[in-house]
Design a protein. Sequence first.
Length: 189
Amino acid sequence: MQDLKTAILMLIAFTIICGGIYPVVVTGIAQSLFPQQADGSLMTDKTGRVVGSVLIGQPFSDPKYFWPRPSATTYFPYNPAGSGGSNLGPTNPAYLKAVAQRVASLRAAGLSGPISSELIQASASGLDPHITPEAANLQLPRVAGIRGMSMEDVAGLIAVHTEDRQLGFLGEPRVNVLALNLALDKLAP
């Protein structure tokens, strides 16, 4: 009986510590030191309305916007609750059909020449918010033409929104599609 009493007291104590005190302390530290990140790295439009997070890709299909990588999530594109790759191999007929459809739609939108692989292949999570500067530059003529902007102005926006490698050596240079599209809306709605 003594062991049962000790076990119950330990359960109550660790529930209070691990389920109450620890989360409150960690949340408080995160909110005070990193408030933007602790709240989900949310982005707002020019009216102050939350339009997304810099950490999760957003669906853009309007030709006046830069397009992100395709989403691998089923039914609801860029849904973080269902993130994950398709697990289809490079010779799978369904995968080849999806890639062919993506290439055809990019060609129909006016992209010519070699198409960057990230515009036709989803990322492993299906939620990647970034494209390479090369993929952004492929879309530059379409976006500049539709918005009536000069190619140089749009290229300047791409350059401003290009993030360098993390710590100078991790990853590749990348462009956050949501941030770039919000900057476009501010400059030329």
